[in-house]
Design a protein around this ligand. Structure first.
Ligand SMILES: [Zn+2]
Length: 147
């Protein structure tokens, strides 16, 4: 009995995941699940300064706050720290003959980018693909309605 219950539950999760998968572009799928990298300066959020929360493009996990975003000049959205360390996973990545630290979404395992130690003021630099993110803008109620 417990087995059939588990597989029913699994089916639900799978169909929900499939639906979310349909909302992703081919490039997003490639980056999130095949550890791809978007070309620098091509991403949607490279120069974005809007306030809000950057969430996982796939599962909606809250990943980075706009408050920690800075212009690193590298061509990828860069953040000094994650919104919550519990929402990300760090993993040693030895591909391309380098040792880097890969940043993954803890909830869905999607690949986000890499983290480096050369951020501003001794902070870290989370170098993240725009494709892995979806910005949920902060509602600003005082936003100059009468302009
Ligand atoms: Zn995710």
């Amino acid at each position: 009995m417990s087995i059939s219950y588990a597989s029913e539950k699994m089916k639900d999760t799978n169909s929900k995941m499939e639906k979310q998968m349909k909302n992703l572009t081919e490039q997003q799928k490639h980056i999130l699940f095949e550890k791809g990298t978007e070309a620098p300066f091509t991403g949607e959020y490279v120069h974005t300064k809007d306030k809000g929360m950057y969430k996982c493009a796939y599962c909606g996990n809250a990943l980075f706050s706009s408050d920690t975003k800075f212009d690193s000049g590298t061509g990828w959205p860069s953040f000094t720290e994650p919104a919550n360390l519990k929402n990300i996973e760090l993993k040693e990545d030895k591909s391309l003959f380098m040792t880097r630290t890969e940043v993954l979404c803890k909830k869905c395992g999607g690949h986000l980018g890499h983290v480096f130690d050369d951020g501003p003021n001794g902070k870290q630099r989370y170098c993240i693909n725009s494709c892995s993110l979806k910005l949920h803008k902060e509602e600003n109620k005082n936003d100059k309605k009468n302009r």
